[in-house]
Design a protein around this ligand. Structure first.
Ligand code: GDP
Ligand code: MG
Length: 478
């Protein structure tokens, strides 16, 4: 996802961080680079101009110039401005009573409408426990109805179609009766698109819309087409009462211009992003998380959520219990590294972690091979050592290194990472989303400035941690 932009931003801010004190001129130079980066990412020109003016104005106060960490202040300003640009967004779907809730999908040909119908249906099932169905109103191409049928099958929902019918308005109308009779509470209508906005297509979608009065109208846009997507969104928005945009093919979007400009240009927020061809590849759009990703600040919230989805629930429960009691040990750590590997290539996951965006990963040395090495080291420890890594002294270290075919410093490195992870987990276990975000931000800044981690967490969990530490001490004394 928009690696180029993230790399550029990282560069700009790293350079700023390197200076002890910055002048107004430095800020201006940095903003000039930010501007170029945004334009290269295919962000709408007007949007870039306003964005940079706004940030400069906010930065021109004494605050930035005198600040101890000017780079961090700038990151925060740009971060907040990005959030403002893309939000606010409420990605929830509001269902009507009595059912069914009618959702109309519009968009150009190839934008991903048909695929997204299936994904949205899965989303309604998974997130809200609904019983959706799809409706085949793309009668332009004979294969379109068949394609929707396949998508519906993949999403395990029924697909309503009328063989031989040429009029999409009729199909749409009849589908609503069918939904009522068959106990479906969400009706998702797929429509025909064209390669470019044209009158006939617009009229057809409008006719369908007037006939069924949808509760939500989503425009599906291909993020890879950048400003073209944004311009077509503007045209659609003038003809239909859009509720939001679904930006597809995010997984292949290297620039990010559409994501950043859609809201500012059309006034309509992005509600979902498509991140792959499979039925579960749809995510809610959260401007704060997106801003973090764009700036390479990582996205702990998404990471935690992804982990939660993939984790075996029982194991997660056990882990939480252990964390709360401060008994998270090296075995758990290993289990977690393995879980993380299950979630996808290590590299993708690490990219979502703060301060590890883009190229910084390579230097960190945390690829699959390193995880295997960790495994070897932990397996060479005794059960006692795994439970209480504090007892690992020089001679134990040498023994473990010999047993695992590593060096003693690899062993101490691992214990260090474990200590950091377990500290973080204890803090996160007692945190709400807001605190997690805050921690992500702090960690992001840490990654860029290279400073030692020092997290400020709300008092309650701080006290908890101290209690846990005391309990551990007492246990050791026994
Ligand atoms: N990588 C990727 N491909 C997608 C995504 N959404 C749709 N596609 C692909 O884009 C192509 C066009 O999608 P389709 O649903 O037929 O578009 P429609 O013409 O608007 O109905 C298909 O090959 C889809 O698999 C996405 O989020 N990521
Ligand atoms: Mg289609």
């Amino acid at each position: 996802m928009f690696e180029a932009l993230t790399d550029r931003f990282s560069d700009v801010f790293r350079r700023l961080s390197g200076r002890g004190r910055i002048t107004e001129k430095n800020v201006q130079d940095a903003m000039r680079e930010v501007r170029t980066a945004l334009l290269e990412a295919d962000v709408n020109y007007e949007v870039v101009k306003k964005f940079c003016d706004d940030v400069l104005e906010k930065a021109s106060g004494q605050e930035v110039i005198k600040s101890l960490h000017p780079g961090q202040v700038m990151v925060k300003l740009v971060h907040d401005e990005l959030i403002e640009l893309m939000g606010p967004v409420d990605p929830r779907i509001y269902y009507v009573s009595p059912p069914p809730t009618i959702i109309l999908m519009a968009g150009l040909q190839g934008s991903g409408k048909t695929t997204t119908c299936g994904k949205l249906a899965r989303h309604c099932i998974r997130r809200d426990g609904k019983k959706p169905m799809l409706v085949a109103c793309d009668l332009q191409r004979p294969a379109a109805v068949e394609q929707l049928g396949i998508v519906a099958e993949q999403a395990s929902v029924p697909c309503f179609k009328i063989e031989g019918e040429k009029n999409p308005v009729k199909v749409a109308r009849k589908s609503i009766d069918w939904a009522r009779k068959n106990d479906r509470d969400v009706v998702i209508i797929d429509t025909a698109g064209r390669l470019h906005v044209d009158e006939e297509m617009m009229k057809q979608v409008q006719d369908i819309s007037r006939a069924v009065n949808p509760h939500q109208i989503y425009l599906v846009c291909d993020s890879m087409t950048g400003q073209d997507a944004v311009n077509s969104a503007k045209e659609f928005n003038e003809r239909l009462e859009l509720d939001g945009v679904i930006l597809t093919k995010f997984d292949s979007d290297a620039r990010g211009g559409a994501a950043i400009s859609v809201k500012a240009v059309t006034g309509k927020p992005i509600k979902f992003i498509g991140v792959g061809e499979k039925m579960d590849a749809l995510e809610e759009f959260h401007p704060d998380r997106m801003a973090g990703r764009i700036l390479g600040m990582g996205d702990v919230v998404s990471l935690v959520e992804k982990a939660q989805q993939e984790f075996d629930e029982k194991q997660a429960e056990k882990m939480q219990e252990k964390m709360a009691k401060g008994r998270f040990d090296l075995d758990d750590f290993l289990g977690q590294m393995k879980q993380m590997r299950k979630m996808g290539p290590m590299k993708d996951i690490m990219k979502m972690m703060p301060g590890m965006g883009g190229g910084q990963m390579e230097g960190m040395g945390l690829g699959d091979d390193e995880v295997k090495q960790m495994e070897a080291v932990i397996q060479s420890m005794t059960a006692e050592e795994r439970g209480n890594p504090e007892i690992i002294d020089g001679s134990r270290r040498r023994r473990i290194a010999r047993g695992s075919g590593t060096q003693p410093q690899d062993v101490s490195g691992l214990v260090k990472s474990f200590n950091m992870a377990s500290g973080m987990m204890q803090q996160m276990a007692g945190m709400g989303t807001k605190d997690r975000m805050r921690m992500a931000q702090q960690m992001g800044q840490m990654g860029m400035s290279g400073a030692t981690p020092k997290f400020k967490v709300k008092k309650r969990s701080k006290r908890l941690t101290k209690k846990q530490r005391d309990r551990r001490k007492r246990k050791r004394k026994k």
